[in-house]
Ligand binder design. Structure first.
Ligand code: C5P
Length: 334
């Protein structure tokens, strides 16, 4: 995510993610599945603003003016603005953790979320917003004394307690580079990958969502072993876009196909175009294909859009490390 100061508070732009590989390695005793996945941040972004006060109460306003509505009951924008939203959960949890441990001041305030990432898509939109809220809450609570040793681990713990994908959005590489990482455990154990992805992606999201819980419930383990996470990792490290395109896979695809026919439908549409490879993201229903240039990505996105499906031509997301962003932010004028 990218952070900046604004009048009376803070602003962050937070990307979504696609899964370049997703392996399910079995079911755990706690009911979650053990994952090994590679997540790539891409430039379809939400924005979150926070104007803090010390009331102890948080209000959330959501701006859907950039949200593309495909049907009157389009599940993509079925996003609550109350305590069910990960923005409120995240900021309340981090404020509580800091206050209880005497790490920061009492916090409340107004949050304004500009929504562009569709939900129930497997793009991590809700998790991205939740991670942004945790970071904004932490910074507002402790100000310039925010410490990577003392405060950041609390942010990581809060993120992991709220979902499997939040931690990916909290972190970033040590340079201005593609944010891509291997995520293990439930998805919350993050290991950055030293690679640059120079391609373009088309992310397509139909007017039908997939509930993550439902997709995992339909999963039959032990299939689709033709692909491996290490193939994807090697293609990334050698920066071979063609072999990256060939090695994309997602073990949840068959289960998600039982939830909505759009998974197959969009796969068939993508198959008609010239690209380097395609795959479902997360637990669906979004799919993406990889292209080596912007022109081709835009041609595919425009065509898919004409079929009544949201489609975005996007690039991998680059971001400077959080540490360097924070230093620059405190030095800048709001
Ligand atoms: O943690 P998150 O909110 O993303 O997960 C939503 C649901 O997806 C969980 O309640 C669980 O049923 C399923 N899930 C899983 N294994 C994972 C991640 C999620 O079974 N690693």
């Amino acid at each position: 995510m990218k952070l900046q100061r604004i009048d009376g508070g803070f602003h962050t732009t937070v990307p979504c993610k696609v899964n370049l590989a997703l392996r399910v390695n079995g079911c755990r005793e706690d009911g979650y599945h053990e994952l090994e996945t590679i997540m790539l941040a891409v430039g379809l972004c939400d924005e979150l603003e926070f104007r803090p006060d010390s009331t102890g109460e948080f209000q959330l306003q959501i701006d859907f003016s950039d949200a593309e509505l495909l049907a009157p009951d389009d599940p993509a924008w079925d996003v609550p603005d109350d305590a069910r939203n990960l923005v409120i959960k995240g900021i309340e949890a981090v404020a509580r953790a800091f206050e209880t441990n005497k790490l920061g001041r009492k916090l409340g305030g107004n949050l304004r979320l500009k929504k562009r990432i569709p939900s129930q898509a497997g793009l991590g939109g809700g998790s991205a917003d939740g991670a942004a809220a945790i970071m904004l809450g932490a910074i507002a609570s402790v100000g310039e004394s925010f410490s990577w040793k003392t405060h950041f681990p609390v942010c990581q713990q809060v993120a992991a307690s709220l979902g499997s994908d939040l931690n990916f959005f909290l972190e970033g590489r040590a340079s201005t580079d593609t944010w891509v990482a291997t995520c293990r455990g439930r998805g919350e154990l993050i290991n950055p990958i030293d690679a640059t992805v120079n391609g373009w992606l088309v992310v397509a999201h139909p007017p039908a969502g997939c509930s993550t819980k439902e997709v995992f419930a339909r999963l039959r383990l032990g299939k689709n072993q033709d692909h491996t996470v290490s193939n994807v990792l090697e293609s990334l490290k050698s920066e071979q876009l063609t072999s990256l395109g060939n090695s994309l896979f997602n073990d949840l695809e068959e289960a998600a196909s039982q939830v909505t026919p759009y998974i197959e439908r969009v796969r068939n549409w993508f198959d008609r175009y010239d690209h380097l490879g395609q795959c479902m993201s997360g637990s669906g229903s979004a799919r993406f294909c990889l292209c080596d240039n912007r022109e081709q990505a835009e041609i595919i996105a425009n065509d898919i859009r004409s079929k009544g499906v949201r489609a975005y031509a996007v690039q991998p997301w680059m971001q400077p490390s959080m540490a360097s962003q924070l230093t620059a932010m405190w030095l800048s004028e709001p």
